[in-house]
Ligand binder design. Structure first.
Ligand code: HEC
Length: 177
């Protein structure tokens, strides 16, 4: 009976040693796997030189921005400040994505225009919201729509004419707080 604690301790030590061995093997396997699958610099060097996407699509981002603009408008109409702020932030993120593309299309600096038109306006709107909540939201919405259209003009897309929505097409989302 008195040997029991000693035996238990021995068993524990054996278990720990076995665990360490297994872990060591696992680590070896992992390192091998990482090496084979491009964890190191070797595979990158053998891959073809990264080519910048010839023309990244702006239109899908525009579709999103249009969607968020509608939801921003609906949130304002419903007096839902946190939701309005959420959608302004979503618009900003999509605009930033276009800005970060570094896109120049047929000599027109799309990404730079996104900075001077879209993002500048969004920053202004965010400032207004921080200062006054939704008090200036009606003017801000008009400002934003003007910005959309100014940039469309500047980028040779004056036929894409944005206006504020006249009704909700989202029967599946409540905008009230
Ligand atoms: C860089 C400045 C810029 C700003 C700011 C901008 N757009 Fe655009 N927009 C474009 C360009 C460029 C295209 C054409 C994309 C293409 O050629 O694929 C476009 C196309 C569109 C389209 C047509 C594609 C579609 O999904 O039907 C819509 C809608 C649109 N924009 C909505 C908006 C809205 C809404 C805003 C403002 C909240 C906005 N845009 C702000 C540059 C801009």
């Amino acid at each position: 009976m008195q040997r029991l604690p000693a035996l238990l301790a021995l068993a524990a030590i054996v278990a720990v040693v076995m665990l360490m061995v297994r872990l060591g093997k696992l680590e070896d396997r992992l390192m091998h796997y990482e090496h084979v699958n491009g964890g190191g610099p070797a595979p990158a060097a053998s891959a073809p030189a990264p080519v910048k996407e010839p023309l990244q699509e702006v239109a899908p981002y525009m579709g999103r921005i249009q969607n968020y603009l509608q939801k921003y408008w609906l949130s304002v109409k419903a007096g839902n400040e946190p939701l309005a702020y959420f959608y302004v932030d979503e618009i900003e993120e999509s605009m930033e994505a276009v800005e970060e593309m570094g896109l120049i299309d047929k000599g027109i600096p799309i990404s730079a225009h996104m900075r001077t038109y879209g993002l500048a306006t969004i920053k202004t709107i965010e400032k207004h919201m921080k200062e006054d909540g939704l008090a200036r939201a009606a003017d801000d919405l008009d400002l934003l729509v003007n910005t959309c259209n100014s940039c469309h003009e500047r980028t040779g897309h004056d036929y894409i004419n944005i206006q504020l929505p006249t009704a909700s097409r989202f029967s599946d989302q409540r905008f009230e707080p």
